[in-house]
Ligand binder design. Structure first.
Ligand SMILES: [Zn+2]
Length: 490
């Protein structure tokens, strides 16, 4: 009991950034930061040196730079479809026509540099131009389909280690990555006709019938075999995590699994139940998310149904943490009625502890009440500013970031898909510092501490270790950076 009290006290102390640092030190850094805001290079030096804590909104496949996929394909001399640029590591399904060629053959034909550039543009948003006739959101989301089997070739080992090293270089000590869907638990086809029943019950808002059907499907899904499949998956994840020695004194990694919001309802529910069952006790799999374009017709049609599914699962597995992409929308992308309820249903119905993006906040019905509830519940907002700029065309003039801050809703700064967007965690802080001059050094420091305090880490020990490190790193930064910077530049 005594230890628990001490832990809580320690947690509280570490939760209040700045409280143990002298005010004069913080204000000196703040005035330096303000002087640097006119130059991006200077800001990069500043934020590269500043500890950033964790990245809580991080997609595994979208975070690895395309160069890593290309290297893998080249070293394996994989098959490449010269028309579609699809990459395959074995010859299954490859027709013997000229479209499919060996990587090295095609590279020789096109020239190494040209081929590299073609592939980089194909597997990321590099050099994206709106004038090509493709919208930025289609360009972005389509990239994930292009990874195909090359994604599997890099999972997980080399990809996870690359993510770790890249994080350490940026003074990021924790990542919660959305790794993959769990390959277990598919309901037999004979259940498919129930898709219609789910949609009908949802349309009539018949929660009793909905939950009863969810329950029936859950009991059918979680057979002994499926539970073994889930256990084996978790054992494999743990084995790989330990084999790679990912966690150490500099870095800690945890995983979220996810559900695809563009699948038929029965499949979404199957993935969701499997995810909750897997995450209920596991220490590495710490949370559940929902991915794929929120503006996709199926995602829009089934949004309320999906939130009810989360509500049911949260009641069945109350200890499992959920973060949801919600309000990743912009005016004109969808019709007005679809802008009015996504964030509030994620908060109020699904019980999400964290909201990813929340860009369309201002369009929510009764938004001020929603903001009050988010503040009271301490619902965290995961800001992916660079991603919002690219996909939704957000700017500092229409992004609600500062509103969340003024309303005292906890903010964390994240990257979303740094590989596809070809940015990094430092870049997120830089862009926000440039576009939102009202944010002070103390605010940025608070965002960094939020990213550990509001992470889904299970176990006080791991969280305390990360908070201690973050505190030490900030002390070092505050004691050394200004002196060194002034020595050189002033
Ligand atoms: Zn995301």
């Amino acid at each position: 009991m005594k230890n628990t009290c001490l832990n809580i006290l320690f947690f509280l102390v570490l939760s209040l950034p700045g409280i143990l640092i002298s005010q004069s030190n913080a204000s000196r850094i703040d005035s330096l930061l303000n002087r640097l805001r006119t130059n991006e290079a200077a800001l990069r030096i500043f934020f590269s040196a500043m500890p950033k804590g964790g990245d809580l909104h991080h997609h595994y496949s979208g975070s690895i730079y395309a160069e890593k996929y290309i290297e893998k394909a080249k070293s394996a001399n994989a098959w490449v479809n010269a028309v579609t640029l699809e990459i395959k590591f074995d010859s299954s399904g490859i027709l013997k026509d000229k479209e499919w060629q060996k990587f090295l053959t095609l590279e020789k034909e096109l020239g190494e540099y040209n081929f590299q550039q073609i592939l980089l543009k194909h597997f990321s948003s590099k050099d994206y131009s709106r004038s090509d006739g493709i919208t930025s959101y289609d360009d972005f989301f389509e990239t994930f389909n292009r990874f195909g089997s090359s994604k599997n070739q890099i999972s997980n080992g080399s990809g996870l280690l690359w993510i770790k090293q890249n994080a350490i270089h940026q003074n990021v000590s924790y990542i919660e990555t959305m790794l993959e869907t769990i390959p277990c638990g598919t309901l037999p086809e004979r259940f498919n006709h129930l898709n219609d029943s789910l949609l009908i019950y949802q349309a009539s808002n018949d929660t009793i019938k909905l939950f009863s059907l969810f329950n029936t499907l859950k009991n059918n899904l979680l057979s002994a075999n499926n539970k073994i499949c889930i256990q084996n998956y978790l054992k494999g994840l743990e084995k790989e995590h330990l084999r790679l020695q990912i966690d150490d004194s500099l870095f800690t990694l945890r995983y979220q699994t996810y559900v695809l919001r563009i699948l038929p309802p029965i499949q979404v529910l199957s993935q969701m139940i499997t995810s909750f069952e897997a995450a209920k006790e596991d220490t590495l799999l710490v949370g559940i998310n929902m991915v794929a374009p929120e503006h996709h017709p199926i995602a829009l049609r089934d949004y309320r149904l999906h939130m009810r599914m989360f509500q049911y699962c949260a009641k069945t597995w109350p200890k499992v943490s959920v973060s949801l992409h919600a309000g990743e929308l912009s005016e004109g992308l969808v019709s007005p009625e679809d802008m009015r309820f996504h964030i509030q249903e994620a908060v109020d119905i699904a019980g999400a502890k964290r909201i990813g993006h929340g860009t369309a906040l201002a369009y929510e019905q009764d938004v001020l009440s929603l903001i009050e509830r988010m503040r009271t519940k301490k619902t965290v907002i995961e800001i992916n500013y660079y991603s919002n700029r690219f996909i939704l065309g957000s700017t500092h003039r229409n992004h609600p970031l500062y509103l969340y801050h003024k309303a005292n809703i906890p903010i964390v700064i994240c990257t979303d898909d740094a590989g596809v967007l070809r940015t990094d965690h430092n870049g997120e802080f830089i862009q926000i510092a440039l576009d939102f001059p009202n944010f002070t050094y103390t605010d940025f420091k608070e965002f960094a501490f939020n990213s550990i305090n509001y992470s889904f880490i299970k176990g006080v020990e791991v969280r305390t270790k990360l908070l201690e490190k973050l505190y030490r790193d900030f002390t070092y930064f505050e004691n050394h950076f200004i002196a060194q910077y002034r020595n050189i530049f002033e």
